[in-house]
Design a protein around this ligand. Structure first.
Ligand SMILES: [Zn+2]
Length: 497
């Protein structure tokens, strides 16, 4: 690495802003000693008692296993709305917030900035965790000069640990790639698929079959076959995943592109038949990786929460976040009663910052408007997939009513018609696209509205439990999580390559 953790820590602060830890302290406590000192203040313990000892990880190497759960593009409002939805319609709160309520996790805010912007993209965000370097947006674990940073999955692989990536996006997408791939441009997904073949991680599951398929790859290579020749089980369906005996290595590509949204999946028999969901994939990955005597690192991503944010789609957002929360439950089931598993729960950036707004007399309309989300049958992306510039306002109304279970007004349908024809312009020009207009119209009925259709600079939620989590303070720099994982798993020796 070109710069040490210590240097980076210092470069964040102006001289005199606080005392730098001495080299002796650094050696004694590991890099995370410095991390904990950097956060300052009094931190809480797992049982909620205040602690003053923030000397970092107590015994580096105690985390045999690490499960890193990411809801991609999860704004604070998304976390809130999934919790509200579960409380109002399922009689329980979200696992994520239950952990807060019960004082079982360390948590705080995290600064996810990339090398070139205070607004980050998923490639740079995942790279900051995956190699401990801030890189330019759209880049995976490389400097602008082409220097490759060693990735955390390579480090764990070389240390004899199990390695896994599970996602609802294409497996070649930014967040899984940020843990195991070096690529100057994240959109080179054919090349990312080929790099996975070389890197030989144990478990790869998600969508993105098209990047392994000879008919869809630019170079015509049959990567599914090449993975099989390397001894991988190649799973292409829910049944294939059931048939896999959790032995050896697995490549699961369960859909051509991203997996369907959870909401569309639950109402589309063909998807239900063919495509496994995130909790099931995570379970299968854990069953396989937990057989590794030396432990493992597994990243699990709910990637389409971000996509629903980009589309200003409350249905897509809430149901995928609820599914992510169920996946947190699976990880907690695994970690329960063990003292060797570090569970990190995070997001990589906000996206479109949705929120439930006040509505009605003394805001009494807000709850019942929000409750309409519970009746949704399909996402906004499902609605728009069958509409085009020639759609009539009636066709638009019918399609929306099927998805949302209530009609929209004719003037609203006509605005969508204008947007589909490219003739609609919002005051905030970013919001002129049909999907963002549809999101704004949806807000007339749900009271959930959005600031835009892209990522935001908001500091994000970070939570962790298990060995190493004691080093998490109130405010964390994204790259610190790389050091936390390497130190708590005791694999620092493999970080130099
Ligand atoms: Zn995004």
């Amino acid at each position: 690495m070109s710069d040490t953790y210590h240097d980076r820590l210092r470069s964040e602060k102006s001289p005199g802003e606080r005392d730098a830890p001495s080299r002796r302290d650094f050696l004694k406590t590991g890099a995370l000693g410095a991390l904990a000192l950097g956060t300052g203040g009094v931190a809480g313990t797992a049982n909620g008692q205040p602690r003053t000892d923030v000397s970092g990880i107590e015994a580096p190497g105690d985390a045999k296993n690490i499960i890193f759960l990411v809801s991609d593009g999860m704004s604070a409002g998304t976390l809130t709305m999934a919790d509200l939805h579960l409380r109002r319609h399922h009689g329980r709160r979200s696992n994520w917030l239950r952990l807060y309520e019960e004082g079982r996790v360390r948590h705080g805010l995290m600064d996810m900035a990339s090398a070139n912007s205070i607004v980050t993209g998923s490639a740079a965000a995942a790279s900051s965790w995956g190699s401990g370097h801030r890189v330019f947006n759209e880049t995976l674990n490389m400097s602008q000069k082409g220097e490759k940073y060693r990735t955390i999955l390579e480090i764990f692989r070389d240390a004899g640990r199990g390695t896994g990536l599970v996602t609802t996006t294409r497996i070649t997408h930014a967040t899984p790639s940020g843990f195991g791939i070096n690529m100057p441009v994240r959109w080179n997904e054919d090349k990312i698929a080929a790099q996975h073949l070389e890197r030989e991680y144990d478990v790869l599951m998600g969508g993105g079959a098209r990047h392994f398929d000879p008919d869809q790859r630019e170079d015509g290579r049959d990567l599914h076959q090449e993975f099989e020749e390397k001894g991988y089980t190649v799973a292409r369906s829910k049944q294939d995943l059931r048939d896999w005996g959790h032995e050896g290595s697995v490549l699961g590509t369960f859909y051509d592109t991203h997996l369907p949204y959870a909401l569309d999946h639950q109402n589309t028999p063909a998807h239900q038949e063919q495509v496994p969901r995130l909790p099931k994939m995570a379970d299968a990955a854990l069953q396989r990786l937990s057989q590794n005597n030396d432990g493992f690192l597994l990243q699990v991503e709910s990637g389409r929460v971000d996509h629903a944010g980009h589309e200003d789609d409350t249905g897509g957002l809430v149901y995928d976040q609820v599914e992510f929360d169920e996946t947190i439950g699976r990880a907690l089931d695994f970690a329960e009663g063990r003292d060797d598993t570090l569970v990190i729960i995070a997001t990589d950036h906000g996206c479109a910052n949705p929120g439930l707004n006040a509505a009605g007399d003394r805001y009494s309309d807000s709850p019942k408007m929000f409750d309409r989300v519970a009746d949704f049958q399909y996402t906004n992306s499902w609605i728009l997939s069958e509409l085009d510039a020639d759609s009539t306002y009636r066709q638009i109304q019918d399609r929306v009513a099927e998805a949302w279970q209530f009609p929209i007004r004719r003037d609203e349908a006509e605005l969508i018609q204008d947007a589909l024809r490219g003739e609609y312009q919002a005051a905030y020009r970013e919001k002129s696209d049909p999907d963002l207009l549809l999101g704004a119209i949806q807000a007339n009925y749900t009271s959930v509205n959005w600031v835009g259709g892209d990522h935001t600079a908001d500091y994000v939620e970070l939570a962790a439990m298990g060995p190493g989590s004691e080093a998490i303070g109130d405010f964390t720099r994204n790259t610190d999580l790389f050091d936390l994982m390497v130190e708590s798993a005791g694999v620092r020796d493999y970080a130099q390559g």
